[in-house]
Design a protein around this ligand. Structure first.
Ligand code: PLP
Length: 523
């Protein structure tokens, strides 16, 4: 064969679907000695990723999975920009600054000109920064009073329903984590009175969560602040609050603007949120804002001199993509206050419909309260009537529906396991997690749906039909669904080899960590 014949053969085969990896195996864990053409690489990766869950049906996640298609264009145009290159991309910087100003104003900072903040990769990074600032301020106060910062060390107080990001702060930055047990009476979230038993002069702050990850309940920021005000009067110790508004920071201001939770409360020194949750931007953006520069100690801010000018950085990451911030700004401009409010109210309406539909089946009890009258007591299990459309009539909270088998259902069908619902829904494409509640209530497992913008009434209707059909099927003794005990044991495990590669295995973690019982499970 001449070399031009060989070229022709090569050309004809390389243009075939999947080219050489159509039949030979892919070197997955080491770099191939020679690469493949772009189309083939694309096709292989694209096809494999088709096995992922469908983001639209991912009702487990708070993270937004839809933006108007024109944002794809805007993001693609800016995909190669690095947010840290402030001198090179000054307009991107301006947009970043505008977003901080918009959020400061939305959260009632005493002066949105004086509030300081930054974009982060999400709430997790923002929470570390908020915690670090409180820790540093506590250290400065201790030093000024001639007291040790090591014996005893600092502690931070939060509900046992805390998301892993809050627990990470304590563990990564050497702060004792004081978890306040949650109960049905505390609506599965922080109980401020109980929290006060954990506060002392070494408490750097209290993390209060606006929108519990488990059930969507808002923690009572005002009540916590009032108790800390009294404590300060009695002891002279001022304990600040950082609000983890990962979801609620972008939800409460629009859905329930009169709710008191933000910088209007003087004790709230910092707030974080995830732009990629109810900020309605694609994944990759969070925010942290301090009520004024006074609460962000100067030695956490780095002055950078090597990118062409003097730049200031207070973040854990250096480089980060600029396009998620641009997408966030698009939402501010496009939706405005009313647009965000419309989305929030529609989410709540659908979440209420879902809650009532589930209750009416008699199979389920709903633990979240957003479909119940405002000010409802804890622990109601009765079916709730439709109260009308006015959001003010209802208990404020995130559009989250947390539910479990009703007591009656469990009595009647003791063999039916709730986690099978997750598995059977998954087989239909739905991603609805089933997991234990926070410590002290972890004998109870819940199913949870986060209602987002793209979970329309038509999808809701379909989901309810599927849940009812699956549950009814499980109650039938002759149902093939009972074979799930075995399936259940394997569910969630990745295929042996692929699942293990590059992951930390439990036996690899020396000593292991004691289970704090929170959302985070120890290795
Ligand atoms: C209450 C709470 N805090 C923090 C986080 C972490 O947010 P992110 O995923 O943006 O880092 C979450 C995520 O769900 C959350 O629900």
């Amino acid at each position: 064969m001449t070399s031009s014949d060989q070229d022709a053969v090569h050309h004809s085969t390389s243009a075939r679907y999947g080219a050489r990896y159509g039949t030979s195996s892919l070197p997955k864990y080491k770099i191939p000695s020679t690469g493949v053409d772009q189309e083939t690489a694309y096709q292989i990766i694209h096809d494999e990723l088709s096995l992922d869950g469908c983001p639209l049906l991912n009702l487990a996640s708070f993270v937004q999975t839809w933006m108007p298609p024109i944002v794809d264009k805007l993001m693609l145009e800016n995909i190669s920009k690095n947010l840290i290159d402030q001198d090179e991309y000054p307009i991107t910087q301006d947009i970043h600054t505008r977003c901080i100003s918009i959020l400061s104003e939305l959260w009632h900072a005493p002066s949105h000109h004086h509030a300081v903040g930054t974009a982060t990769t999400g709430s997790s990074e923002a929470i570390q920064l908020g915690g670090l600032a409180m820790k540093r301020i506590w250290q400065e106060k201790r030093k000024a009073a001639g007291k040790s910062i090591h014996e005893p060390g600092p502690n931070i107080v939060m509900g046992a329903n805390a998301q892993v990001a809050l627990e990470k702060f304590a563990r990564y930055f050497d702060v004792e984590m004081r978890l306040v047990p949650v109960s049905v009476e505390s609506k599965y979230r922080l109980d401020p009175k109980r929290a006060m038993q954990y506060v002392d002069e070494n408490t750097i702050g209290v993390y209060v969560i606006l929108g519990s990850t488990y059930t969507g309940h808002y923690e009572p920021v005002k009540e916590m602040a009032d108790l800390l005000d009294e404590y300060e009067k009695e002891t002279g110790h001022s304990v600040p609050i950082h609000v983890d508004g990962a979801s609620g920071g972008f939800f409460a201001p629009f859905a329930t603007p009169n709710l008191e939770w933000d910088f209007k409360i003087p004790r709230v020194v910092s707030i974080n949120t995830s732009g990629h949750k109810f900020g309605l931007a694609y994944v990759g953006v969070g925010w942290v804002i301090w009520r004024s520069a006074k609460y962000l100690p100067k030695d956490l801010i780095f002055e950078l001199h090597y990118l062409g000018s003097v730049e200031y950085s207070f973040s854990l990451n250096f480089s980060r993509p600029a396009h998620p911030i641009i997408a966030q700004y698009f939402n501010f401009l496009h939706l405005g206050f009313q647009g965000y409010r419309d989305v929030a109210l529609a989410d709540l309406k659908n979440a209420r419909t879902l809650s009532r539909a589930l209750e009416k089946t008699g199979f389920y009890t709903v633990l979240s309260d957003i479909h119940r009258p405002a000010g409802c007591p804890a622990g109601i299990t009765a079916v709730t009537d439709h109260l009308g459309e006015d959001v003010k009539l209802y208990e404020p909270g995130l559009p989250v529906v947390a539910f479990r088998f009703s007591d009656e259902f469990q009595r009647k069908y003791p063999d039916v396991r709730q986690k099978w619902i997750q598995t059977l829904l998954r087989a239909k494409g739905w991603i609805v997690p089933n997991y234990d509640l926070a410590p002290d209530l972890n004998q109870v497992d819940i199913l949870r749906v986060v209602v987002k913008e793209n979970f329309t009434e038509a999808l809701l209707d379909r989901l309810v039909c599927d849940i009812v059909e699956i549950t009814e099927d499980l109650t039938k003794q002759d149902s093939s669904a009972h074979g799930l005990t075995t399936l259940g044991k394997h569910h969630g495990k990745l295929s042996s080899h692929e699942g293990a590669h590059g992951r930390v295995e439990a036996h690899e973690v020396e000593g292991g960590q004691k289970d704090s019982g929170t959302y985070a499970k120890p290795c």
